[in-house]
Design a protein around this ligand. Structure first.
Ligand SMILES: Nc1ncnc2c1ncn2[C@@H]1O[C@H](COP(=O)(O)OP(=O)(O)OP(=O)(O)O)[C@@H](O)[C@H]1O
Ligand SMILES: [Mg+2]
Length: 252
């Protein structure tokens, strides 16, 4: 099972858009039993999949151990893709995690999903806090969306430092150039400077995900945006395969 965190301390960089589209690619393109776990109290992932907001505020109770993940998990309209939705109770999650003092609480809960799901994608809030530290400890791979700007480059350095400070076995970071507009010179420079990084184009089809409340692959499967998400997912699978081979080669 792999946990793929989509994280940045910066807001509005495309985390939820990328996480929801990757969840769809994992289930529909790669045939995985995929779970999109929304850790952001604003519940963007549930909205993007046109699911009803949870009636009870129970997302935080999962971390306290008062309720099981399987009570909260909802199927999406797509085969093999489920959602573990957020709600406003997650606003108090960080304080609760600090009180609990269990530094690997999120990792433990994620591991318990292994029987039902083999790809767990975390949509993270834009914060540096105990939750983000726990995300780094739980993640097999951290996707960092970077719109091409000097501020984003700074955010990337912060994430690398956050991972280094909080983990004994740092997960690899996969930077993704997000919201790329090839008409802008700064964006072309970012692409040229980082030729190995995947990129997602700035496109109205991507923006429309929140209007249709569907992943782009579901309503515009041949668009360049859908192809970019598919390529990104394939790159993630390649990276996970490399990590698995590395782990298998290392003595236990
Ligand atoms: N590639 C893209 N092309 C066009 N619009 C995009 C693209 N990616 C994201 N957007 C738009 O940018 C806005 C922010 O995206 P999103 O909500 O995914 O960011 P976020 O990082 O999750 O934000 P937050 O930090 O608030 O959770 C949304 O309106 C979304 O539709
Ligand atoms: Mg978001």
């Amino acid at each position: 099972m792999a946990v793929i965190a989509v994280y940045s301390p910066k807001g509005g960089v495309g985390k939820t858009t990328i996480a929801t589209n990757l969840g769809w690619c994992a289930a529909q393109r790669a045939g995985h039993r995929a779970l999109l776990w929304d850790l952001d109290p604003s519940d963007g992932a549930g909205f993007m999949f046109a699911l009803d907001a949870p009636r009870k505020r129970q997302a935080r109770s999962l971390f306290a151990g008062d309720i099981s993940a399987h009570t909260l998990i909802q199927p999406s309209s797509y085969a093999r893709l489920d959602l573990l939705p957020a709600d406003s109770s997650l606003r108090e999650l960080d304080a609760m995690l600090l009180r609990m003092g269990q530094r690997h609480r999120l990792a433990t809960l994620a591991r318990q999903l292994e029987r039902s799901h083999n790809r767990v994608i975390l949509d993270c809030p834009p914060m540096f806090n105990e939750l983000s530290a726990q995300v780094m400890r739980a993640a097999s791979l951290v996707i960092v969306p970077l719109p091409p700007s000097p501020l984003s480059a700074r955010a990337f350095a912060f994430v690398a430092e956050e991972i280094r400070r909080n983990t004994k076995r740092p997960p690899p970071i996969l930077p993704v150039l997000s919201m790329i507009d090839r008409r802008r010179s700064l964006h072309l420079e970012a692409l040229a400077a980082n030729p190995a990084w995947p990129s997602i184009p700035m496109m109205s089809a991507v923006e429309q995900c929140a209007v249709h409340r569907r992943p782009v692959g579901a309503f515009a499967p041949h668009s360049s945006a859908a192809l970019a998400f598919a390529r990104l997912w394939d790159g993630i699978e390649r990276k996970l395969a490399q990590l698995a081979a590395r782990d298998a080669a290392q003595p236990a």
